[in-house]
Design a protein around this ligand. Structure first.
Ligand code: CA
Length: 228
C-alpha cells in the first residue's frame, strides 16, 4: 500500500507515519499543500490522506484540482472536530471518506483498508480483455464500444472464458460451469452457444470468425483470445 500524507502538524505526522510503517505501508509525506498537490499529481498512490488547513494550497483545493484533472485516487480528508461545512464540501468535491481529529491511527488504517477494498471491488465489476468489456453488475457487454445483446447463458459463458484469457477450456468444463453438472455431456449446446456469441459480435464489427475473441481449439475446446 503506497500512501501520500499531506499534513502540516508535526505530532500527527509522526504518529501516523509510525503507524503506517508498522502496518507495512509505504508512506510519502509533505507538510504543505503546494508540494502535496504536485506529489499527488505525479505519483501513483493507492490512497491520499489530506489535511484541510495547510500552508500553501489547502486540502479542499488540492482535492478539487485532482478530481478536475481526472485523478480518481481514493482520498480521505482529515478534518478538525467542528468543520462540518468542510466535511460536506469535501464529500461533494469527491472525497471518499473523512476522519475528524483527534483520531487513533488504528482507525485511520482501518478506514484506509476499507476504502481501498471498496474502490478495487468497484473496479473489478468491469472485466475487460482486448476489445471486449463486460460489467458484472449491469451485465452489459460491449465490443469495441458497441453493446452486444447477450442472453444470461451467453454472458456466463463468455465471462467464464474471459477470466482466464489464453487458457483452453474443454466442452465439459464449460458445460459444467455454465449449465451445471447434470447436463448431458454429449449435447452440443456449448458449440451452439459459442456460435451465437460469435455471430452477435461479428454482426457489430463485420469481422470474420478469424478475429472472434473466442478461438476454437480443435479436438479440445475453446479459449478467449489473449490480446496481442
Ligand atoms: Ca493543518
Amino acid at each position: 500500500m503506497h500512501v501520500l500524507l499531506v499534513e502540516d502538524e508535526r505530532k500527527i505526522t509522526d504518529f501516523v507515519c509510525a503507524g503506517f510503517r508498522e502496518q507495512g505501508f509505504a508512506v510519502d509525506h509533505c507538510d504543505n499543500g503546494t508540494e502535496g498537490f504536485a506529489r499527488a499529481t505525479n505519483g501513483a498512490y493507492d490512497v491520499i490522506i489530506l489535511d484541510i488547513m495547510l500552508p500553501g494550497r489547502d486540502g479542499l483545493s488540492i482535492l478539487k484540482g485532482l478530481r478536475k484533472s481526472g485523478n480518481a485516487t481514493p482520498i480521505l480528508l482529515l478534518t478538525a472536530r467542528n468543520e462540518l461545512d468542510d466535511r460536506i464540501e469535501g464529500l461533494t468535491l469527491g472525497a471518499d471518506d473523512y476522519l475528524a481529529k483527534p483520531f487513533f491511527v488504528e482507525e485511520l488504517i482501518a478506514r484506509i483498508q476499507a476504502l481501498v477494498r471498496r474502490v478495487s471491488g468497484e473496479r473489478q465489476n468491469i472485466l475487460a480483455v482486448g476489445d471486449l468489456s463486460l460489467d458484472r453488475i449491469t451485465r452489459e457487454v460491449t465490443w469495441r464500444g458497441h453493446t452486444v445483446d447477450l442472453t444470461g447463458r451467453e454472458f456466463n459463458l463468455i465471462e467464464y472464458l474471459m477470466r482466464s484469457p489464453g487458457r483452453v477450456f474443454t466442452r465439459t468444463q464449460i458445460l459444467e460451469h455454465v449449465w451445471g453438472y447434470d447436463f448431458d455431456p454429449s449435447t452440443n449446446v456449448v458449440d451452439v452457444c459459442i456460435q451465437r456469441i460469435r455471430k452477435k459480435i461479428a454482426s457489430i464489427s463485420a469481422d470474420t470468425d478469424e478475429h472472434s475473441p473466442i478461438e476454437s481449439i480443435r479436438g479440445v475446446g475453446y479459449r478467449f483470445r489473449k490480446p496481442a
